[in-house]
Design a protein around this ligand. Structure first.
Ligand code: AMP
Length: 976
């Protein structure tokens, strides 16, 4: 409308014409229609147009154009297009530039032209064309329309640019943004966070050339105390809080907390309730726990075991732990003092997670008060409110603690004088010291000296030799542990020679006399030893020094096992070693097993002045013979002599009323073999090793006392709820009668073949070394979770296999170190087997250093796998029978194979086939044609043993592994 200020030239070209549109509204158009004339060049220039900062602009043209065909006579010169140009300039000065300085945007043609007919109908066919130009670099531009001989009416020119409109996205405000110069360009735009919001990751979006927002990145979040509503951040009302920008919305204050203000970032705790710094603000306020409940104690010499149940109120927290305060109290007054640092707490004194603790190294015969306090994460915020339960105990007598240091007082070439301090905890009056010494690396031949003083002189020693000394103290409670080993060397001859030479004959003489005297003493002792066993071994006070070889002479004064058989009246033995309990103190609850003499029950024992505690009760069934009663109580007479944490503890016996009972500590998990079978694969190697360590420690105690168990097997080990294993099942001759595993041997005895050492089976040679063999079998049972040793092999086959040198293969997933220990226990020569104290130290070492248990027996080393993987049939991997046997660790049979004519792999393959047929025929109970010659039988026997040994491993193995691969192996195997 009005004067646009556009310029048209030449004069007879573009004309500004006022018209009306279809609604009769007045409009301006520019028209030109010189179609009949040649060489038209009519320009129409717009005024200066500011681009408002845009670098790409769009021009929309609306126009009509006359169809040349509808113009009579004008065809020669008539055109149906026109051209559009632009020229950039920062201001209006550019208006007078020359045509050829304009840049062409495009030639515009009409999509629809009109004819005279159309004109008659007043139907104008309006064309719309859009073009864009960019990038623009100046502030504005001119447009120009060039006509070269068409009939055009330019109705509208709309010039615009595109922008992404201002928007709030993810709580960030993005401003109006003009699109980029390039049609494919994305402009990165940073947003700014709305009120009460903060950035998480800086918010960004991308403005496309089409004016659309794309690809939002990052966001803002309402700050603490505010929450998002309708693209704004609204304040949290009183009673609500928001702790962090990251929480989505305001939350109600958690239990036991409140807030009275707006925009709260946390809530305050109510009185007597607290919050730890590390507690999340969404957590309820909590308070210290109430006191632990039902604390009970169990005193064992100078150790006290405490157990309790958790507090009724944990204060609303899960981090309850316990702290033990220890006070030593005077017996005749209420005065108590702190216990001091010598007391050790197992596992620790503070932050106890479990509801039990053991205090060791307490003083003997002393009153203690233990306060068990429950604490949680907020206890320290209310120190006035300590909640504890007290337990008063009196410790018992105990052996002295080991001597910790030894001083050399005089060393010559033949003697060493030592002195030492009383042990830290004598736990009574020290009656004497025992000094054991031997030449280094000659431990089997040692000397013992007894001394009432804290000094000793060992003489008659070799010059220039190293000697090992160990000292222990004895009180009425028995011997304490030996000190550590002290190594001391005598002076070499060359050093002492000059001063001592004249004394050599005297020393030689005194040595000779010494040896003779010693021999007399030893023989005397051996003869007097025949009396042993009728009473507790007594020591001759004059006998100061004794020599030992391979432990053949028992140490006088050491607590020794006394065979109840040696008592004429067996009742006397029972009453010497077992306390009589009144039947009324016992409550029988339920039957838990069957013993050979009657039921085994669980129940409770309430002794006067003591808390009631669970016990196991063995009963003697009615109608027993006198021998049965004697044998039944024999077990109590034996058990009553033992006092060790890994030996089942005898509480007492009931003999004065019926039924006769033996009452022992209760072992919640029952017998070890059943327990392991029930919990197959449930324990760590360390837990299993600790079980084994316990059993070995109990066995060491028994062997030190001179007791040979003869029936050590997992079924005769009991295990309690703390997984402590204890050796049980002590008996006289009946031990083996009682054991369903025991079988009669050719010598008439009854023996549990699979657990028994070969020399014990063959010649009845039962010793601690044969117990060590059985211990090896127990190790195997434990590591294989109660598998039956030698599986279903017959006893006869087991005896033969063991004699031939076969040993049980390693259980699955067994550490090499433990399997090696088993093999050591199964040495044929019993003197080569480790002693129980060595087994205990070995296991201690392994447990202290768990990485030593990481190396497992390589699956390819176990016999079963060797058979699979190195099977000769269908395999040409082995060139000779010898090589193959070596590969499966059976090299020692090479000679037998050769002698029997199996010198080639083909021959071996044939015999494996024969065996396969023979076995499958035997299984179907068909009459199998027996192998031709004895030599076949011999070889087949070896194979059969191997097969029998390995079949169960396969079954187990197959069960546990990926079926596919094993299946294949099995099919490839000649026996399976
Ligand atoms: P025994 O006659 O000693 O072999 O005992 C038979 C069965 O009774 C064992 O296998 C155990 O299951 C169970 N038993 C024996 N003594 C105890 C005990 N002290 N604690 C728990 N169970 C026991």
């Amino acid at each position: 409308m009005g004067d646009l200020g556009w310029i048209a030239y030449p004069k007879n070209g573009w004309e500004e014409i006022g018209e009306v549109d279809e609604n009769f509204a007045p409009i301006h158009t520019y028209q030109v229609c010189n179609v009949m004339e040649q060489n038209q060049n009519n320009w129409l220039l717009t005024s200066w147009i500011s681009n408002e900062g845009a670098s790409r602009i769009f021009i929309e043209l609306k126009f009509t154009l006359r169809d040349c065909n509808s113009l009579p006579g004008g065809l020669g010169t008539c055109k149906e297009t026109f051209n559009m140009y632009y020229f950039e300039s920062d201001d209006e000065d550019g208006r007078n530039i020359r045509e050829n300085q304009y840049i062409k945007i495009d030639t515009i043609a009409a999509d629809e032209s009109f004819t005279e007919l159309d004109l008659g109908d007043r139907v104008m066919k309006l064309n719309t064309e859009v073009r864009d130009v960019g990038p623009l670099t100046k502030k504005g531009f001119y447009l120009a329309f060039q006509d070269v001989g068409a009939c055009i009416a330019l109705v509208s020119v709309r010039v615009y640019y595109k922008k992404c409109p201002s928007v709030i996205r993810n709580l960030a405000l993005f401003p109006d943004t003009i699109t980029g110069a390039d049609s494919s360009q994305l402009l990165e735009v940073s947003g700014s966070c709305v009120n009460h919001s903060v950035t998480d990751e800086p918010p960004k979006m991308h403005c496309s050339a089409e004016g659309e927002w794309l690809v939002p990145i990052g966001k803002c979040m309402c700050k603490a105390g505010y929450e998002e509503k309708n693209n704004t951040c609204q304040v949290c009302r009183p009673g609500f809080f928001k702790a962090s920008p990251h929480s989505p919305s305001c939350s109600k204050c958690p239990p036991h907390s409140y807030t009275l203000e707006e925009a709260s970032t946390s809530c305050l705790c109510e009185e007597h309730y607290f919050r730890r710094e590390s507690d999340p603000p969404t957590m309820a306020c909590t308070r210290p726990p109430s006191a632990p409940r039902n604390a009970i104690s169990n005193v064992n010499e100078t150790s006290v075991f405490l157990e309790w149940i958790p507090p009724a109120d944990t204060g609303g927290r899960k981090d309850v732990s316990y702290y033990i305060a220890c006070k030593k109290c005077h017996s005749h007054s209420d005065l108590c003092e702190a216990c001091g640092s010598h007391v050790r707490y197992l596992p620790q004194q503070t932050s106890l997670k479990n509801t039990s603790v053991m205090m060791v190294d307490l003083l003997a015969h002393t009153n203690y008060t233990f306060e068990i306090e429950a604490v949680n994460g907020v206890s320290d915020q209310n120190p006035g409110a300590r909640q504890y339960v007290s337990v008063n105990v009196t410790t018992n007598q105990a052996a002295p603690s080991p001597i910790s240091s030894v001083k050399k007082s005089k060393i010559t070439k033949n003697s060493i004088s030592l002195s030492w301090q009383e042990p830290d905890r004598p736990n009574g009056i020290i009656l004497e010291y025992e000094i054991k010494y031997f030449e280094k690396d000659q431990e089997t031949s040692y000397t013992i000296i007894k001394s009432k003083e804290t000094t000793v002189t060992a003489d008659g020693l070799k010059p220039g030799s190293a000697y090992i000394f160990q000292i222990r103290a004895r009180t009425a409670a028995g011997y304490g542990g030996f000190s550590r080993r002290f190594e001391i060397e005598t002076i070499p001859v060359s050093v002492a020679a000059s001063s001592d030479q004249s004394q050599i004959p005297i020393i030689t003489l005194s040595l000779t006399v010494g040896v003779i005297l010693l021999a007399v003493v030893v023989i005397g002792f051996l003869l007097s030893g025949r009396r042993c066993g009728y009473s507790k071994a007594k020591q001759d006070p004059e006998e100061e020094k004794m020599h030992f070889h391979n432990g053949h002479i028992k140490l006088p004064g050491v607590k020794t096992y006394i065979d109840p058989h040696t008592y004429e009246d067996p009742n006397q033995a029972v009453h010497e070693f077992a306390k009589e309990i009144e039947a009324s103190c016992i409550t029988i609850e339920r039957v838990i097993g069957a013993g050979e003499f009657g039921e085994v029950c669980s129940g409770r024992l309430k002794l006067q002045g003591k808390r009631e505690f669970p016990v196991a009760i063995k009963t003697l069934k009615v109608g027993y013979t006198e021998k049965q009663r004697r044998d039944f109580l024999g077990e109590a007479s034996i058990m009553g002599q033992f006092d060790h944490p890994n030996i089942i503890h005898l509480e007492g016996v009931v003999t004065k009323s019926k039924p006769v009972m033996i009452v022992t500590e209760y072992m919640e998990n029952g017998s070890l073999d059943t327990f392991l079978k029930k919990n197959d694969g449930q324990f760590t190697v360390i837990q299993l090793a600790e079980m084994l360590r316990g059993i070995a420690s109990g066995m060491k105690y028994l062997s030190d006392m001179g007791y040979v168990h003869r029936d050590l097997a997992a079924r005769n080990i009991l295990i309690n709820s703390n997984l402590v294993c204890k050796v049980s099942d002590f008996g006289l001759s009946r031990v083996l009668e009682d054991d369903p595993e025991a079988a009669y041997t050719t010598r008439g005895g009854k023996i549990p073949i699979r657990w028994t050492a070969p020399e014990a089976i063959a010649f009845g040679k039962f010793t601690s070394a044969s117990d060590v063999w059985s211990y090896g079998i127990v190790m195997w049972e434990v590591m294989s979770y109660g598998e039956r040793p030698y599986w279903e092999m017959t006893n006869q086959d087991v005896i033969k296999a063991v004699e031939e040198g076969y040993r049980l293969p390693s259980p699955m997933d067994c550490p090499v170190a433990l399997y090696q220990l088993m093999l050591d226990c199964w040495q044929k020569d019993r003197n080569s087997r480790p002693k129980f104290d060595e087994i205990v130290s070995m296991l201690d070492k392994l447990i202290r250093n768990p990485s030593s248990l990481k190396t497992l027996v390589n699956a390819s080393n176990s016999v079963s796998n060797l058979l699979v993987e190195h099977s000769p049939v269908g395999s040409s991997a082995y060139r000779s029978v010898g090589e193959w046997l070596e590969a499966i660790k059976m090299g020692r049979y090479t000679e037998i194979f050769m002698k029997n004519g199996y010198s080639s792999m083909d021959a071996v393959a044939q015999v494996t086939l024969d065996l396969k047929h023979w076995i499958s025929a035997a299984k179907k109970k068909e009459s199998a044609s027996p192998p031709a010659t004895m030599k076949h039988w011999l070889l087949l026997l070896h194979w059969a043993l191997l097969l029998l040994l390995c079949r169960p491993c396969f079954l187990r193995w197959n069960h546990c592994r990926d079926s596919g691969r094993v299946q294949q192996d099995e099919e490839a195997h000649p026996f399976m």
